[in-house]
Design a protein around this ligand. Structure first.
Ligand code: NG6
Ligand code: CA
Length: 518
């Protein structure tokens, strides 16, 4: 009897403490937690809820089934660094120099003082963190990262309270984690040196020791070897700090679980920045061979597993109901991006870009039109949206969600499309959008919605396009300076509309694009 009473009492006490915890407060009394999951090089057609049939992504599909799946969701560039720059700052990357793919020793591209998604949310009382790939540089301009000292400025100087990072991409040196301001587990007796010159004549590289590699390179990626894989750039030292490529995804999940458990009582913003499916694609052993598509497909399955683990972790901490998840990608797909991992040979019927042409590095739809899903149980009704939204709009939309007013010079290219992201019936989404390939020079495209038409002007300052047919080796195609398409009736951008003086549309679009770039 006494035991039973105690059990009842404990059950009651737990129920009370649960009721009192912030995580269980009614959603109206507490702003939602926000998790942005950004995949790396994930194409429109790479997940089953967007039409993939050769593999299955049950967790991403669940996000889509319970949330809003956008068919016109974009990232702002077809390479990583400019998209990430635009996502965090709400500014087009072409407005700033040195916003192209960041090298291993690149300084912080977003310097302190710039308004960012985390700085906005911090003002709204959020605890903010980034876990995963950074690739936006670390350290002062003119100096770059001080690998053996304090790595700043970095995420913590632009609004993140904490970070746990892969500093660049995993095909670039070094293979170490950065926790807040320092390389994790760095032994001062074995300093880390990172450079772009061979440090010693006998330093083993992907060229000199090619026969020892566990995954061969196909172009570039033939410098320092770590974990049987040669990389872009050179490094020595820091041995105790080095990780195995196979363990990255597990690490992001582990750190996320710790972060969520520690921060469940107050609103938080987590940028979960997956490295999947960027090269070198080395999924954990338990995912290797899970698809018929080789390591590229297996990495998608690993990404999907991560999404499932993040959702489980939210659930476990009672956070599912009051968390807005935005799932997106940083650029479109590529097959052989420098390593012989079988992506082309095993592609079979898989269409990584879905119905679209082009992929990573291209300004065709496939380069930037990527999976985009919002999920917030009870707030976002399940469905599919054809409203145009872009990762660059996350900044202003989240500012609106959390009641923050932006200064006139903050996030100037970011549109508040919160109503579209929440699936409200009156929402219109963006009416126009500029896409770029890489950096602040190169190729551009400009989409403008016009009734049932969606005009798209390509502008090839380089007079050539890269990776137009994704299922082949990377190749360039000669291009006219300007090309016009109507992508609602011609989603593959195959039917060029003649640019003549009789048609005012291309000139009007070219003028608007030029005005935006200037
Ligand atoms: C390119 C790399 C490619 C990839 C890309 C960045 C070569 C030949 N190619 O320069 O492998 O690393 O940069 O990818 O080195 S991104 O998704 O981070 O933008
Ligand atoms: Ca990328």
């Amino acid at each position: 009897m006494i035991k039973l009473t105690l059990t009842v009492f404990l059950a009651f006490a737990f129920a009370q403490s649960n009721l009192l915890s912030a995580a269980d407060q009614p959603t109206d009394e507490r702003p939602p937690n926000i998790v942005v999951i950004m995949a790396d090089d994930l194409g429109y057609g790479d997940v089953s809820c967007y039409g993939a049939t050769e593999l299955s992504t049950p967790n991403i599909d669940r996000l889509a089934a319970e949330g809003l799946r956008f068919t016109r969701g974009y990232c702002s560039a077809s390479t990583c660094t400019p998209t990430r720059y635009s996502f965090l700052t709400g500014r087009y990357a072409f407005r700033k120099k040195n916003t192209g793919i960041a090298p291993p020793n690149g300084p912080a591209i977003i310097q302190p003082g710039v308004e960012t998604v985390p700085s906005i949310l911090k003002k709204a009382g959020y605890t903010t963190a980034v876990i995963g790939k950074w690739h936006l540089g670390l350290g002062e301009i003119g100096k770059g990262p001080d690998w053996n000292g304090d790595l700043k400025p970095g995420p913590l100087e632009i609004g993140f309270d904490s970070c746990f990072l892969l500093p660049t991409t995993n095909d670039r040196v070094p293979q170490v984690y950065v926790e807040d301001h320092n390389v994790l587990n760095l032994d001062p007796a074995d300093p880390l040196w990172v450079g772009n010159r061979k440090p010693a004549e006998d330093h083993p590289t992907g060229k000199t020791h090619r026969d020892t590699l566990k995954m061969d390179w196909s172009h570039g990626h033939n410098s320092t070897i770590h974990n049987g894989i040669s990389r872009i750039g050179f490094y020595t030292g820091g041995h105790a700090a080095r990780f195995r490529d196979e363990d990255l995804a597990d690490k992001w999940v582990e750190k996320t679980d710790t972060f969520l458990a520690a921060n469940k009582e107050k609103p938080f913003f987590l940028f979960f920045s997956s490295h999947d499916l960027h090269v070198p694609r080395i999924p954990h052993e338990r995912f290797q061979g899970k698809t018929s598509l080789g390591f590229r497909g297996d990495s998608i399955v690993q990404l999907d597993w991560c999404v499932g683990e993040v959702m489980k972790s939210l659930e476990k901490n009672g956070l599912t109901e009051n968390t807005l998840i935005i799932f997106c990608s940083d650029n479109g797909p590529v097959m052989d991006d420098g390593y012989k991992d079988g992506a082309i040979e095993k592609v079979g019927k898989h269409k990584a870009g879905g119905p679209y042409s082009g992929g990573k590095y291209s300004i065709y739809e496939g380069g930037c039109r990527t999976p985009f899903i919002t999920h917030w149980p009870g707030k976002i009704a399940p469905g599919v949206s054809d409203k145009m939204v872009c990762t660059i709009d996350i900044a202003s939309s989240l500012a609106a969600l959390t009641g923050q007013t932006l200064a006139d010079d903050a996030c100037i290219d970011s549109f508040n499309v919160l109503d579209a992201m929440l699936g409200e019936p009156e929402a219109t989404g963006r009416q126009s959008l500029i896409l770029q390939d890489n950096g602040n020079k190169g190729n551009w495209s400009y989409i403008k919605l016009d009734g049932d038409k969606a005009w798209k002007l390509h502008r090839y300052d380089q007079q050539k396009a890269f990776n137009v047919v994704v299922e082949r080796r990377l190749a360039t195609t000669k291009k006219d300076l300007l090309e016009l398409y109507e992508i609602n009736s011609d989603p593959q951008e195959q039917r060029k509309i003649a640019i003549t003086s009789a048609n005012p549309i291309p000139m009007e679009l070219a003028g608007e694009l030029q005005a935006a770039i200037d």
